[in-house]
Design a protein around this ligand. Structure first.
Ligand code: CU
Length: 156
């Protein structure tokens, strides 16, 4: 009798412990944007102008020494855009090389991170940890960079 009650109690404790453990993991993952995490990384949001060939944000700021997630939103349902981070001074070369690939800058020399051209949607672009400095970002859909679709990411 006593042992049955004890077993039931242990079972309940075990269930609670499992639940608490699962909840803790979820909280930890969701907390990456906070200040406490060691492998945190920062998140930056940028959008394309809904009508013009430009970014809504011409300047962004992120934290150095940790990965950066860039959430790029293109609200236009008619114009393709992308977000491409390039090594300083490589804007012209990257824009020209990407134009020959229908705007796809993935893997091109001088590219730090590149999103695919998208229309009326969003994408998350993973940028590896960068040293402090200023890095240009451009849209490599043919003609857009030349029209002024560019900005500057400052890494502190
Ligand atoms: Cu564009």
């Amino acid at each position: 009798m006593n042992s049955r009650i004890l077993l039931g109690g242990l079972s309940l404790v075990a269930t609670l412990a499992l639940t608490a453990c699962g909840g803790g993991e979820t909280t930890g993952t969701g907390g990456t944007g906070g200040t406490g995490g060691t492998a945190a990384g920062s998140t930056v949001s940028v959008a394309a102008d809904p009508v013009q060939l430009k970014f809504a944000e011409g300047a962004l700021t992120a934290t150095g020494g940790q990965p950066i997630t860039v959430n790029f939103n293109n609200p236009s349902t008619t114009l393709q855009h992308n977000w491409v981070l390039v090594q300083p001074g490589q804007e012209d070369a990257v824009a020209t090389a990407a134009a020959a690939k229908n705007g796809d800058a993935t893997g091109l020399a001088g590219v730090i991170a590149a999103g695919k051209p998208i229309t009326g949607s969003q994408e998350a672009i993973s940028v590896p940890a960068q040293q402090a400095g200023t890095y240009p970002y451009i849209c490599t859909v043919p003609g857009h960079y030349q029209a002024g679709m560019k900005g500057t990411l400052t890494v502190n």
